[in-house]
Design a protein around this ligand. Structure first.
Ligand SMILES: *Cc1c(COP(=O)(O)O)cnc(C)c1O
Length: 400
């Protein structure tokens, strides 16, 4: 693995607007003129550098953002989408045909789980859910119909770590595409360095970081991204989950502070995790040496960005989790809200919100307890006093 600094790669990406603007102009057009009809005909047949046809296909602002994202993930190319789910749908629909199968981690984002479990069967695509940290289970789920191994780098909400290098080895041996959702670990992990074929983000979360829009992206080879944009057969072009150019412009600006935000999120989450553990609260955090994914993550993570901004605790029951969250909001610890990567701390109880798509029986099996509270720890400068407020709530509820 090479010593890679994604923040440097993005910093080295300089583009200018028409008038030397330091932020390139935002494309305010759905369609584009051609000097002659022959040129228009040509672009329907193949892409022409610097030429645009229609904004669902490509627009210059989305192109600028995509080029920066390709640098973030060290891929040849990238594509932005209207949401993370839009990105996941495009990738799966592009790769899979009727009758194909997918092997997926079972502790994935609730929306992805519901898509895989309830929606894809309508198109004859079957998903086999496995414990992705058990490589033998992954291997034994493979058959001649398997087209994709799908996982999240750090999974939601128990923060399990996928062994990307080993999973990619298995995928390559069987000529299967290895697709990684890296939403929880931008900068921290570069999945293509571990053999991923396609990397997905919900940019709604850390990459944008201001919780003011939904957006997604797909990073991969030029060939794969071009196939998504084929006017006759591309999932991006035909499913139409296109990102608006105004949003692309604002996300690009936020992307340039991602490295600083990730460092601060990681630092603050580490503090929360240590304090929770000291107080005897059951805590899930991949930065702990005794977390079962710690060694694996260390073996491929990039230097200097920490273990991410997420911490999950278990306070034993739904009732306690609910009261704790209510109280923490009153004490201004942060917001009782789903999502992550915001500058303020967000918390929610996954088993009744973001993971509620996973049936109760299944939740029990995978250790997803009703008393879980997931934190996306914010950028607070004085994290010590923030935790004092959490502690006050824990004490009031007699949890410590
Ligand atoms: C939020 C999320 C998604 C879905 O992204 P949207 O932008 O909400 O469509 C997918 N994967 C993970 C890991 C997420 O956290």
């Amino acid at each position: 693995m090479k010593n890679f600094d994604p923040s440097k790669a993005i910093q080295d990406y300089l583009v200018f607007g028409e008038f030397g603007d330091v932020n390139p102009s935002i494309t305010d057009s759905s369609t584009y003129t051609f000097l002659n009809p022959e040129k228009m005909e040509e672009i329907f047949e193949h892409e022409i550098e610097g030429c645009f046809l229609y904004s669902r296909h490509w627009n210059p602002t989305n192109r600028y953002l995509s080029m920066a994202l390709a640098r973030l993930e060290d891929t040849e190319s990238s594509q932005v989408t209207a949401s993370g789910m839009g990105a996941i749908n495009c990738v799966i629909m592009q790769i899979c045909n009727q009758g194909d199968e997918i092997i997926s981690g079972r502790t994935i984002y609730g929306g992805t789980y519901a898509l895989f479990k309830n929606f894809l069967p309508k198109f004859g695509i079957k998903v086999n859910f496995v414990n992705i940290t058990n490589l033998e289970e992954v291997k034994s789920a493979i058959n001649e119909k398997t087209k994709v191994i799908y996982c999240e780098t750090i999974s939601n909400p128990l923060l399990e770590v996928s062994n990307l290098p080993e999973l990619s080895k298995i995928a390559k041996e069987h000529n299967i595409k290895f697709v990684v959702d890296n939403t929880f670990a931008p900068m921290i992990v570069t999945p293509v360095h571990c053999g991923a074929d396609v990397v997905i983000h919900s940019m709604t979360k850390f990459i944008n970081g201001t919780s003011d829009c939904v957006a997604g992206c797909i990073c991969s080879t030029k060939q794969f991204i071009d196939s998504l944009n084929d006017v006759n057969s591309g999932a991006s072009m035909l499913l139409g989950a296109v990102l608006d150019s105004f949003r692309a412009a604002s996300i690009l600006k936020n992307l340039h502070s991602l490295h600083i935000r990730i460092q601060q999120h990681s630092k603050n989450a580490a503090y929360f995790a240590e304090q929770f553990q000291k107080l005897g609260i059951k805590t899930y955090y991949p930065g702990f040496e005794n977390h079962n994914g710690n060694k694996i993550l260390k073996s491929f993570m990039n230097d200097g960005f920490g273990f991410g901004g997420m911490v999950t605790i278990d306070v034993g029951s739904k009732e306690k989790a609910n009261r704790l969250m209510e109280m923490m909001q009153q004490e201004l610890v942060g917001y009782l809200a789903v999502s992550l990567g915001y500058f303020k701390t967000l918390f929610s109880a996954p088993s009744h919100s973001t993971s509620s798509e996973i049936p109760e029986e299944e939740q029990k099996k995978i250790g997803l307890g009703e008393g879980l509270v997931r934190f996306s720890v914010g950028l607070d400068n004085d994290i010590v006093s923030s935790f004092e407020r959490v502690k006050k709530c824990l004490a009031k509820l007699k949890l410590i």
